[in-house]
Design a protein around this ligand. Structure first.
Ligand code: ZN
Length: 149
């Protein structure tokens, strides 16, 4: 009976969605056109992943806007290229682009945005990248995203 109590306690703990855990990520972006991390990972046990993007700079969205976009590594460059003509109003992403696995909106200095997405479609061992789709930023603003066992 003692073991059963421990199991109940553990599942209550896991159900606490408001608590930060391995499925809740945060990354900062700056006026120097940089992300604070060049790699992110989540365990495969995450059903939902939440990423909070914070812009710690002061420059406005029009000149130093950032977003956080997730795509397969093989799709990243094409997603960025196709997003440029969409413009800032569409967060520099082609509307309906199914290669985009998750994306925050485009934000300026002092702002933040959070995206939550279904992580059950992500695969262990698949190469994913995150990047900023603001024109010209992908060269410096990108990193790897992995799902770990
Ligand atoms: Zn950017």
């Amino acid at each position: 009976m003692r073991f059963a109590h421990i199991v109940v306690a553990a599942s209550l703990f896991a159900a606490g969605s408001a608590m930060a855990g391995p499925c809740d990520l945060e990354i900062e972006s700056t006026d120097a056109m940089k992300f604070s991390k060049d790699s992110l990972s989540v365990p495969a046990s995450c059903k939902k992943v939440t990423v909070k993007l914070v812009h710690t700079g002061k420059l406005p969205k029009a000149s130093m806007g950032h977003n956080w976009v997730l795509a397969k590594a093989a799709d990243m460059q094409a997603v960025a290229t196709d997003g440029i003509p969409a413009g800032a109003d569409k967060n520099y992403l082609k509307p309906g682009d199914t290669r985009v696995l998750a994306a925050t909106k485009l934000i300026g200095g002092g702002e933040s945005d959070t995206v939550s997405f279904d992580a059950t479609k992500l695969k262990v061992g698949e190469a994913y990248n995150f990047f900023c789709s603001f024109p010209g930023h992908i060269g410096l603003m990108k990193g790897t995203f992995a799902v770990t066992k």
